[in-house]
Structures are given as C-alpha cells and as structure tokens.
Design a protein around this ligand. Sequence first.
Ligand SMILES: Cc1cc2nc3c(=O)[nH]c(=O)nc-3n(C[C@H](O)[C@H](O)[C@H](O)COP(=O)(O)O)c2cc1C
Length: 194
Amino acid sequence: MANSVAVLFQTSEGQTRKVAETVASHLRSQGLSVEVMEVGRETRDLVVGAYQGVVVGASVHAGSYPRKIRKWLSAHHESLNGVASAFFSVSMSEADEEERETLKGLLEGLLEETRWTPEIVASFAGALPFSKYGFIKKRLMNRIMSEKGLELEEGRDYEYTDWDSVREFAERYAALIEERSAGKSSPLGSVPLG
Ligand SMILES: Cc1cc2nc3c(=O)[nH]c(=O)nc-3n(C[C@H](O)[C@H](O)[C@H](O)COP(=O)(O)O)c2cc1C
C-alpha cells in the first residue's frame, strides 16, 4: 500500500461520494492505485500510515461539518499529518459568493478543532438532489433557496459542482504525491555523476 492513496468521504445525500469517486478516477488516470472508502464501517480497520497519501471529503449540513467526520479527523490527525493529505469540502455556500466568507471560517474551524494540517484544501459547490429528499427536507431546502431568491423548478434535481475544479484538485494532489515519491526514491539524486 506504500504507493497507494486512500480517498475517504462522509456524505448525507451522495454528492461527496460522487466527488470522491471522480477524484479517485482522475488519480487512477495519473497512474496511482486508489481505494475509496466511506468514513465509518469501511474505515474501521484503516491504517492511515500504510498509505502514501490520504484525501478526505466532507459536506456541510446545518451550518457545520457532521460530528462523525470531526471526531474521525480528530482521532487520526497525527497519522494524517504524517502522510501527504488533502481535504475537500462540499457545500451550497460555495455556490453563493455572499456565504463564502462564513464557509471559510467553518473550514478553518474544522482544521483548527481537529488539528489536521492538510497540504491541499479545496471547496466545491454541492448539489440539491430533491428526488432523494423526504417531505421535510424538500420543504426546508425549497424554503432556504427561495429565501436566497432562487426559484427552483419543482421535480428537478440541481447540481452546482464545478467538475473542472475537481479535476484540478486531483491533478494538484497527484503532483504532490509524485514530488514526495521522487524525494524518497532517489537518495543519490543529488550526488554529481562522473
Ligand atoms: C438538510 C440540509 C442542510 C444543509 N445545510 C447546509 C448549510 O448549512 N450550509 C451549506 O453550505 N450547505 C448546506 N446544505 C447543502 C449541502 O452541503 C449540499 O447539498 C451538498 O451537496 C451535500 O453533500 P452530500 O450529499 O455529500 O452530503 C444542506 C443540505 C441539506 C439537505
């Protein structure tokens, strides 16, 4: 596993899983071996230090990142800080210029609280998959969106994720991994030959 990367995620309605899988697919196309896991049952036996790098994604709900991911990051911050790590956030605030400052505070608060210092941090706009919401969530999200002045068509799902930014994030991360491997694999690299 020394040359592999783990892409972990927390999700409520599936958008962060979709972003995690897209990141993984870009990393694979750069020649990396990648495992994708949802934080929880699938990460119970995970040894962070067994991977060359770890990417974690989480989504914002009701003004914060869920307790489950905050707890997991706090518990693993030391081993995460010992590998090439990156974080991506998924939220609707990212799609709204007026809310980006609040989101920035939330993101910084998460890293401060968990004492994790990822080398790359990105924030992506999420989605509003109304077809996956129950009655209450549907009403709540419709109300929040109309308070923001966004009139949404009933019966439609909305996606705001900028997939080019997701690809750029994955490419930056692949470059970081490559840089680290080059540094480790060639101790004689600085010795002049001949
Ligand atoms: C009940 C609910 C509450 C939400 N609260 C927030 C919020 O406080 N701030 C925000 O930026 N986005 C909020 N969102 C938007 C989600 O972050 C967005 O839908 C994202 O795509 C969810 O990702 P996930 O499906 O991976 O959980 C909320 C969404 C729902 C359904």
